[in-house]
Design a binder for this molecule. Structure first.
Ligand code: 1HN
Length: 356
């Protein structure tokens, strides 16, 4: 049974304030004034639901190419900043997201950092990224990884003599690394790394449900660094033919590290999901706030009761513990990422599938 504390008198409140002033000089502060905010009954995130329409962003992104080169910018990116946390360069408390543009003929110079990155290709084809000496060509819908501390540079030489601007969604664990004050970075001697292995080498070794017998894995990141859309989309299409969609998620697959079955990166989980035409999903919520990129189709994401109409190439964010209900007008494909592997590792992840 709760004991009801009697309310403090004005006199006592004034005495307490003077006491707080005195102990402040000793770098002390009373827990009892902060307890409710420090240990909320349920997540109370400053992160708010938001959607970035690609049609609105694209002209500004293209204009940035007239103002600065990829070389000078190092990475020419417009950060998707959560409107509930202005000035903090993050889309959720733990994740960073941005849209990066690389024009034909440009190079984003080689560097490496502790932060892990994912790329999800949104617009244009034929750019490449080189990760640890292996190059991969980018196509819309491809999910590509840059592991922590791996050298990486990007370029855009086009495809068959034909090149176009290429835009991708970057997802990084920047706020997590910042939280730990564990960030290191360095620039490479050359703008572009020399390529050490043929394109497709990692796929041959690890991408066919087989692994070289004498491979011992030491990295927490997947040895597959490119998950092409064509293959992921084909898997969803086969499921659609064979089984009923989940009432909350449609057909939703998570990308895996083939060596562990776990998430492809230690800090970020990624998924691809298919919603049938006219899907009206039930509501679910989870402690891992997530960033979604729309690949195909139109629909509505109802996030914490707010409705956001989406179309291909849009990005939206679902805060931690916000209810999400997905509706699809057309057949829809969504890519998403979150910090779930970190929450699982420390045993705090929770989710609820609601009956409405
Ligand atoms: C970075 O290295 C990339 O390699 C993209 O493409 C975005 C944001 C902050 C810090 C490093 C990239 C980044 C980044």
């Amino acid at each position: 049974m709760d004991t009801i504390a009697s309310p403090a008198t004005l006199d006592t409140l004034a005495q307490r304030r003077r006491y707080y002033e005195r102990i402040k000089a000793l770098n002390l502060t009373p827990l009892w004034e902060e307890l409710h905010a420090l240990v909320p009954r349920e997540p109370a995130s400053p992160c708010v639901p938001a959607l970035w329409r690609y049609a609105d962003i694209k002209p500004h992104l293209m204009e940035s190419a007239e103002l600065i080169t990829a070389q000078e910018a190092v990475r020419r990116v417009l950060i998707l900043e959560n409107p509930g946390m202005p000035g903090r360069s993050c889309i959720t408390q733990s994740l960073y997201a941005g849209l990066q543009l690389i024009m034909p003929g440009e190079v984003a110079p080689s560097h490496r950092h502790v932060q892990s990155a994912l790329r999800f290709i949104v617009d244009g084809k034929g750019a490449y990224t080189t990760v640890g000496g292996e190059r991969t060509t980018m196509f819309p819908g491809d999910f590509i990884i840059t592991p922590s501390w791996a050298w990486h540079d990007h370029g855009n030489e086009g495809l068959h003599g034909d090149s176009e601007p290429v835009v991708w969604l970057d997802g990084l664990d920047i706020p997590l690394v910042r939280f730990f004050d564990a960030g290191f970075a360095e620039n490479d001697a050359a703008a572009s790394q020399s390529v050490a292995r043929p394109e497709g080498h990692s796929h041959a070794r690890f991408g066919h449900n087989m692994v070289p017998v004498r491979h011992t894995h030491t990295s927490p990141t997947s040895p597959i660094f490119s998950y092409p859309y064509a293959r992921s989309r084909e898997a969803l299409a086969a499921l659609q033919k064979a089984e009923a969609p989940d009432e909350w998620l449609g057909w939703k697959l998570r990308y895996v590290n083939p060596l562990t079955g776990g998430a492809p990166m230690p800090t970020m989980a990624t998924c691809l999901q298919l919603l049938p035409k006219s899907f009206k999903g039930k509501s679910h919520r989870a402690t891992d706030g997530a960033v979604y990129s729309v690949v195909e189709g139109r629909g509505t994401a109802e996030i914490a009761g707010q409705r956001f109409a989406f179309q291909p190439q849009d990005t939206f964010v679902v805060p931690s513990w916000a209810g999400l209900r997905l509706e699809a007008d057309d057949e829809t494909v969504l890519f998403s990422f979150s910090d779930r592997p970190v929450q699982d590792a420390i045993g705090i992840h929770r989710e609820q599938f609601l009956d409405n």
